[in-house]
Ligand binder design. Structure first.
Ligand code: ADP
Ligand code: ZN
Length: 607
């Protein structure tokens, strides 16, 4: 029966793993904590039971933009959803209250602080079927989005002992989980942990690039994503500006988003992105929590994030529709220095340092990256994924003892008073300002590494850091220092192996497939398929234009009209009748009636 509702309202024919179990549990009136990765399909877990249960499901949500998005997409499927919040006038909120009391609403979205003031009204006049606490990690001081208003939600269980509560989050951390259950007063709640794997996300890491090289790499990347939307996360506001300017100078539309902008500027950037008016947002981590845009096709990290949790949540914003999407992480030593400083200065120094170390290990790893991520989230993954950069271009190792010795020797001879950049200058024999100022050209190792490009030296020294041959003296101008393990190599007591650095310029031998190519691979199986493929691509473009026009008319983001996934399916299946149209995964009855005719008209032209 609930499968029928899934098809009728959302157009999907099957639940994702765990969804059915969770829904049944809630329908039985029991409490639950749901852990799923971003894009895993958490909302369905309470939206579907809300349709079945008698009364109104109250959804606690921390952000206006999240509420707006969810309400719009539910309404777009013909489901009565509303929000009470500060963005609406009190007259509008009054109206929503009345509709709730009359039982006309299935889901009511509300912020935690507003919920607290509405509780007497809800208790008095509304039949509450369930409470869903979205982004539940906001309740915990251990999490990364702590919101004090969330900590008062413990009263829900006291005031409504018989109403089930479901808490949902993408933060897997054990401390946070226990905190959520305790604070919500639901110690007995069953925990549902789904797989954190997001197989449609490709993972790629490049290390040791300076900003010029990173920009070039991004440009290369964008050539494979000419029509795709994506996010570029940067550590500083300044970088968001410079990367956006660079992209604009290459004819891409790019917006900037960071906490230094006015509320209006930020809202505009977000809206432009959500509505496909700009292709790329260059943002600090301030961006993203309210973004449910399902057609984000790539996420790039211009700098290393501060933890694997942050990283995974941020890349999770790509490919919510399940289509293949690319992620790319850049990483170099100035990131480590900067992040180290943040961690040292933070309130939870030890924890944050450990989180950073784990992030660094991920970036440096030479085993399958997906295995590392899933192991991190406590979900052993026993085979290599085949679509991360390590699986696709396994690093080639060689005996690097002499190279390592050269670098270590430069550090020792420089009295452990050289930063990474100075070490590279010494090795390459560059007469830089710092070299002259510190008289480093007098060091015996000056220029002994001239035969190796400075890019590669950067990479090798990062590897040496990771292998524990050198360390950064954070308390001494970030100078490098040779460790005991490094001394063993320097004095020839132990060998050292290095991985061959990846270079952007060389075409990669087995380059990974981009989203489009993967799609094409599925389709290019018969002769004449290429022609057909071109037609499909043209149809896809036409459908996308129609979607944008319909979205504009209704003042909605295009992905709420239909996801990329639906447009892809329409462009290959080419339904000829309204029935066939309605069979397309992701098209429920309401959208079928509303949009069927106009879309069929376009599709007919491409038959
Ligand atoms: P989360 O809140 O976990 O980040 P969402 O609830 O936004 O993820 O879901 C991500 C996407 O997955 C949405 O586009 C949603 O429509 C889709 N989805 C959810 N459940 C299913 C399902 N059973 N089959 C197909 N798609 C689904
Ligand atoms: Zn892999």
């Amino acid at each position: 029966m609930i499968e029928n509702l899934l098809k009728q309202y959302f157009g999907y024919s099957a639940f994702r793993p765990k969804q059915r179990e969770i829904i049944q549990h809630l329908l039985d009136g029991k409490d639950a904590l749901v852990l799923m990765p971003t894009g895993g399909g958490k909302s369905m877990c309470y939206q579907l039971p809300a349709l079945v249960m008698k009364g109104v499901t109250i959804v606690v949500s921390p952000l206006l933009s999240l509420m707006k998005d969810q309400v719009e997409s539910l309404l777009a499927n013909g489901i009565e959803a509303r929000a009470i919040n500060s963005a609406a006038s009190e007259t509008e909120n009054m109206l929503v209250r009345r509709e709730c009391a009359q039982g006309l609403v299935k889901l009511l979205y509300i912020s935690p602080e507003r919920l607290l003031t509405e509780l007497p009204f809800l208790q008095e006049s509304v039949e509450v079927s369930m409470f869903a606490v979205d982004e539940a990690h906001c309740i915990s001081g251990w999490g990364h989005d702590f919101r004090p208003e969330y900590t008062q939600l413990g009263v829900l269980k006291e005031m409504f002992p018989d109403v089930p509560i479901v808490a949902l989050t993408a933060t897997a951390d054990k401390v946070t989980r226990t905190d959520i259950l305790e604070q919500l007063n639901i110690p007995e709640a069953r925990m549902f942990v789904s797989s954190f794997d997001r197989p449609n996300l490709n993972l790629d890491v490049r290390r040791g690039m300076n900003s010029k090289e990173r920009n070039q790499a991004i440009l290369q990347f964008m050539l494979r994503h000419k029509n795709d939307c994506g996010i570029i996360y940067c550590l500083s506001r300044k970088t968001t500006e410079s990367v956006a300017a660079y992209l604009r100078s290459h004819q891409f539309t790019a917006a900037v988003y960071h906490a230094g902008l006015s509320v209006e500027e930020r809202e505009k950037a977000q809206e432009d992105f959500v509505c496909d008016r700009v292709q790329i947002v260059c943002a600090t981590i301030a961006f993203g929590m309210g973004i449910n845009k399902s057609n984000v096709r790539f996420v790039i990290h211009y700098n290393l994030p501060k933890s694997i949790e942050n990283f995974y949540q941020e890349i999770g914003r790509a490919g919510r529709d399940g289509l293949p999407s690319d992620t790319l992480l850049f990483y170099n030593v100035s990131d480590i220095i900067q992040l180290n400083k943040f961690a040292q200065e933070s309130g939870q120094r030890e924890i944050n340092m450990e989180r950073l170390r784990r992030m660094q290990e991920y970036a440096e790893a030479n085993v399958c990256r997906r295995r590392i991520l899933l192991n991190y989230f406590g979900q052993p993954y026993l085979c290599d994924c085949g679509h991360c950069d390590v699986c696709q271009h396994p690093p080639q190792r060689f005996d690097g003892t002499i190279l390592v010795q050269k670098a270590l020797s430069a550090i020792v001879r420089g009295n452990s008073e050289l930063t990474l950049r100075m070490v590279v200058d010494v090795l390459c024999g560059n007469y830089s300002a710092e070299v002259r100022q510190k008289n480093l050209h007098a060091i015996k190792t000056f220029g002994v590494g001239r035969d190796v490009p400075h890019r590669d030296w950067n990479d090798y020294i990062l590897q040496m850091l990771q292998m524990g041959y050198v360390e950064i003296q954070y308390d001494r101008y970030n100078y490098l220092r040779v460790t005991d393990a490094g001394m063993d190599v320097l004095y020839g007591r132990k060998p050292a192996s290095l991985a061959v650095p990846q270079r952007e310029e060389e075409p990669r031998p087995r380059r990974k497939k981009t989203a489009k190519e993967l799609q094409r691979k599925l389709e290019l199986t018969t002769p004449g398929a290429e022609m057909e493929q071109m037609m499909d691509e043209a149809l896809f473009g036409a459908l996308r234009d129609l979607r944008k026009q319909l979205a504009q008319e209704q003042n909605l983001p295009p992905y709420i009209v239909f996801s990329d996934n639906v447009l892809r399916a329409l462009s290959t299946r080419k339904p000829g009748s309204l029935d066939e149209f309605g069979e397309t995964p992701g098209i429920g009855e309401y959208k079928c009636r509303k949009y069927g005719a106009v879309f069929l008209e376009i599709i007919r032209k491409y038959m």
